[in-house]
Design a protein around this ligand. Sequence first.
Ligand code: ACO
Length: 332
Amino acid sequence: MIGIKLLGAGMYLPPKIVDNEDFTKIVDTSDEWITKRTGIKRRHLSEGEYTWSMGLKAAKNAIENAKINPLDIDMIIATTVSADFAFPSVSNIIQGKLEAKNAFGIDISCACAGFVYGLDMASRYIATNDDVKTVLIVSPENVTKTVDYSDRSTCVLFGDGAGAVVVTAGGEPLYSYLGTDGTGAELLYAHLYPASNGFTDSEKAKENQKAFPNETGRYMYMDGPEVYKFAIKAMPEAMEKACKKAGIKPSDLDLIIPHQANIRIIDTAIKNLGVDKEKVYVNIKETGNISAACIPVCLSQLIEQGKLKPGQKVGMVGFGAGLIYGAAVLTV
Ligand code: ACO
């Protein structure tokens, strides 16, 4: 099977930083509660910037680090749950702004597991489509668009930002495991606009939308404890299955990059996996949960810090709304 090689990664975090103390001014919380229960100290928040614009900045950074030309890109995969428009897609806007004339674009909506799904998709296109050799995966997130800043149980958790990578044909195959438990769809969601037209009966519409109560308006609804329970089981399960496909044990991985939702979730999942804590990359303290952007931002920081060495096996694992989860083993 044709493998994939990581050529470069990039990131963009908006300049505005909001710390835990700032939240004590708007909701009944404390730095102590947030730090102890989540591991988060600060997060970057966008100030109305478009999601595609953050993605473009991360993409340019990744392209520069990969030392390629936008014309070398054959495919752009954007993974986001916070697109700016119903249409056009984020990947299409970024393709235009980059003048990546040889690339086609696809957006995928896989919540916080989006980057792992994007990587899986890229590797399969590279392996089976003769027209696709080099892929840009870009994960920009304006998660805070769906956050209710009067809800202390969610608002402290999220940040904004974008990560991107360029991968190309070559090297070892990517080994991945993807999973969905859609029975948990009602545990974590944010409404878009409802189907409505000049002939809509509002009582009937309410009845039709019963499964996902709209009491939160356009804001996120999350059953935190249930999502927590799912995450600590799904993350090790996915990582174990991806490692099995790669013919290795989780303890053979050189590095693990988990989705950065909550330090307690990461610690428990890693303990369940039986992996040395030293091998786990964590940046949650400074960024909070930036959904699909978490893992590529970590990759970008690891490269910048010179911590990714050729031949290393890196495990990446994500989970999120869906409920969705997935893991991949990439040889860098
Ligand atoms: N400050 C102070 N107290 C708080 C805060 C806060 N920011 N948030 C909640 N509390 C309170 C609650 O009101 C509750 O008080 P009560 O006992 O008086 O009712 C108490 O703390 C405990 O609440 P829990 O929800 O049980 O707290 P828990 O320890 O489970 O932590 C958290 C909550 C951090 C949300 C946790 O459940 C979690 O991390 N869940 C997973 C979230 C997640 O990973 N989401 C993924 C989203 S990714 C995507 O796809 C968008």
